[in-house]
Each structure stands twice: as structure tokens, then as C-alpha cells.
Ligand binder design. Structure first.
Ligand SMILES: Cc1cc2nc3c(=O)[nH]c(=O)nc-3n(C[C@H](O)[C@H](O)[C@H](O)COP(=O)(O)OP(=O)(O)OC[C@H]3O[C@@H](n4cnc5c(N)ncnc54)[C@H](O)[C@@H]3O)c2cc1C
Length: 337
């Protein structure tokens, strides 16, 4: 059981800034996200798009904002738990216990739900047999590329993830890139590299083609694809990597007994607490009169919720408001003199 002051669900911009606001108050947080990295929508949906409405930052991309937020919370040495979805939230007297898809358990007096539009999950292959190979020889993300070394890899998809991994894995494995259209959506410079490799016989491209079946018992041995003219082709395959994009699922959040307003969690705007004491909702996931779905709103909400978290985590201490520049204690927590 991992014990902390606040369990933050979601490592989007709001969850990251919440770490800061809790940290300067001397509170420890554990951050859990279903994705493999921090940044939420900023990193998954628009890493290279400019953002113009972050106070005091005239322009930055989603990726730049994420790395600045991560830099800002470095002093707090926060533990991140990626690739884990929070499935269950159970009350244990004054505390909350959270269980994830990896069966990790966390306990804390506070939970801050910064879950945005829900957890991002891969769009899965619709073939029945796909499920039995999932996580063994069929994957929707790459955790460790070394696992694919020297193998026959069939990569599905037409976006950046499919192209990037086709290029990267072609250095260590035999890659077939399969897409249902002739046109790819991913970056043109990556596509040009891939086409060059294909001309050199170092990678194979199959378009427009669709997956029709997967063969194998314990692990995959081959796949069958259908070409535009309905001809089928068998391809020797050890691993399938499928990148059909992400879908956003509110998922288990709706089962935690929280008051919901359509797909949002209702909160009061004094401290962003939900109908459950000690469970807060901040950022895009919360709703209250006048709510704006902007990054700066999430920052404000996390700041106010962190005060209430302090009161619950340190019931014997009095919360004292201080400016970061004039408080010795806060400066110490930030590693400043
Ligand atoms: C195309 C586009 C452009 C935008 N441009 C701007 C802009 O210019 N300026 C601006 O202010 N805003 C902009 N926004 C909105 C902004 O991105 C959101 O307001 C912001 O991302 C909300 O942050 P968040 O941390 O609340 O949620 P998110 O960024 O959605 O992050 C939530 C995280 O929670 C995780 N999560 C959810 N449920 C679970 C669970 N059960 N277990 C584990 N993890 C979970 C998700 O995987 C995700 O990583 C834009 C949005 C889009 C789509």
C-alpha cells in the first residue's frame, strides 16, 4: 500500500500544477495516469500546437508547457505511476484507498481527480482473436523496444505513432507497415524516410490493406491481410503493433458515487470538493457555474483545492497563506535560498 497525502488522478497540466501547489504547502502527492507520459491533452492531442493564453507565457507548444510544468515540480521529487488506470476508489475511515489496473493500492486522506476528459485509451483491433494475444504478442504501445529486436513486426496505422515506430524498429527488426489507405497522416519527413527504406528493401509497406485474421496459438505466428482487389496475403508475424489512435473514456470515474453533471464531476467552487469529503475534482473534468475549460482555470482550481487538502492531511496544523518569494519555508521546499 502506497501512503501519501494526496493521490492525483491524471498527469495533465492540471495534475502537474497541483503537485506544485501541494508541494509548496509541504504535502506529498502520488500521480497516476493511464498514459505512458505526463501532459494529458497537451501532449496527446496537440504537442506542437501553439498556446497563447498561459499567463506570462506569450506562446508555447503543448510539449513545451508540459516540460516547463515538469521542471517546476522537480524539487518535490514526485512519484509518477504511468500506464495505470485508477479503477476503484474505496473509503477507509478518514482515508481513501485507490486501486489501479496494475493492482497497485494507494492510501491518502485526499484524492484530486484531474482526469480531464477521462482516460485516454487505445482504439483496439475489432477482431475477436486479438484479445487473447493482447499484452503478449499484440501491443497498443511500446514500453521497451528491445523486446522487438530481431522479430517480424507488423505495424498498423497511418499516423505519427505508426510511422515513428516503423522507422525506429526497422533498425532492429523486420517491419511491415500496413495501412487501410494509401495516404498516411503522419509527418511527411518521417514518411519520406520510410519510403526510402522501403525502396532499399529494409521495410515493407502494404497499402491499402486491412487485417482480416491473426494466426497462432500461444503467440502470433502470422497474419492475413486483404488488399484493395480482395486478394489476401499471409505475413509472417511475431508481434503486432496497432496504432489506431486514442479514445477518451470517462471510464470507472462514473462508478465512484460522485455527483455527476453529464460527463463532468460537480464541485463547489470554494474548494473544488465533490459530494465526497476529501475527493476533489479539478481541470476539465469538473463542473460548476461559470466553468471554463482552459488550462489556466485548472491551475486556479488546483491551487484552491490544495488548501483544503492541507487541512485534511495536517488536521493539527493551521494553514498559513504565504507568498513563495517571502516564505523561508516555501523557498526551502523549492530548494531556493
Ligand atoms: C485541440 C485542443 C486545443 C486546445 N488549446 C488550448 C489552448 O490554447 N489554451 C487552453 O488553455 N486550453 C486549450 N485546450 C484545452 C486544454 O487542453 C484542457 O483544458 C487541459 O488539457 C485540461 O487539463 P487537465 O489536466 O484537466 O486534463 P487532461 O489534459 O485531459 O489530462 C487528464 C489526464 O487524466 C488521465 N486520466 C483520466 N482518467 C484516468 C483514470 N481513471 N486513471 C488514470 N488516468 C486517468 C488521462 O489519461 C489524462 O492524461 C485545448 C484542447 C484541445 C483538444
Amino acid at each position: 500500500m502506497i501512503k501519501t497525502d494526496v493521490i492525483i488522478i491524471g498527469a495533465g497540466p492540471t495534475g502537474l500544477f497541483a503537485v506544485h501547489q501541494l508541494g509548496i504547502k509541504g504535502l506529498k502527492a502520488a500521480v497516476i495516469d493511464n498514459l505512458d507520459k505526463a501532459g494529458g491533452q497537451c501532449i496527446e492531442l496537440y504537442p506542437d500546437k501553439p498556446i497563447y493564453d498561459i499567463p506570462a507565457i506569450p506562446e508555447c507548444t503543448g510539449k513545451e508547457l508540459t516540460s516547463k510544468l515538469l521542471e517546476q515540480i522537480k524539487p518535490f521529487k514526485t512519484d509518477f505511476y504511468f500506464n495505470e488506470r485508477v479503477n476503484e476508489v474505496i473509503q477507509d475511515k478518514e482515508n481513501w484507498v485507490v486501486q489501479t489496473s496494475k493492482n497497485n493500492k494507494f492510501i491518502a486522506p485526499n484524492i484530486m481527480i484531474a482526469g480531464g476528459v477521462g482516460s485516454f485509451e487505445p482504439r483496439k483491433l475489432s477482431l475477436k482473436e486479438a484479445e487473447k494475444f493482447e499484452g503478449k504478442s499484440l501491443f497498443y504501445s511500446v514500453k521497451n523496444k528491445e523486446e522487438f529486436k530481431g522479430k517480424n513486426i507488423s505495424i498498423f496505422g497511418g499516423g505519427d505513432s505508426a510511422l515513428d515506430w516503423a522507422l525506429e524498429l526497422s533498425k532492429i527488426s523486420k517491419v511491415t507497415l500496413i495501412h487501410r489507405r494509401n495516404e498516411f497522416r503522419g509527418a511527411s519527413h518521417t514518411l519520406n524516410e520510410i519510403k526510402k527504406l522501403s525502396e532499399q528493401g529494409k521495410l515493407s509497406i502494404k497499402t491499402p490493406c486491412e487485417l482480416i485474421s491473426i494466426e497462432g496459438n500461444e503467440s502470433i505466428s502470422s497474419i492475413n491481410i486483404k488488399h484493395e482487389d480482395s486478394k489476401t496475403e499471409q505475413i509472417k508475424t511475431d508481434n503486432i503493433l496497432s496504432f489506431f489512435g486514442l479514445i477518451m473514456k470517462l471510464g470507472p470515474i462514473i462508478e465512484w458515487g460522485l455527483n455527476m453533471d453529464k460527463k463532468h464531476i460537480s464541485v463547489n467552487s470554494d474548494n473544488f470538493e465533490t459530494n465526497k469529503k476529501g475527493i476533489f475534482a479539478v481541470g476539465d473534468i469538473c463542473n460548476y457555474p461559470g466553468k471554463l475549460k482552459l488550462i489556466l482555470s485548472g491551475f486556479h482550481e488546483a491551487a484552491l483545492a490544495s488548501v483544503e487538502c492541507f487541512k485534511r492531511a495536517r488536521p493539527n496544523e493551521k494553514y498559513k497563506f504565504e507568498f513563495t518569494t517571502s516564505s523561508k519555508i516555501i523557498k526551502g521546499r523549492l530548494g531556493k535560498k
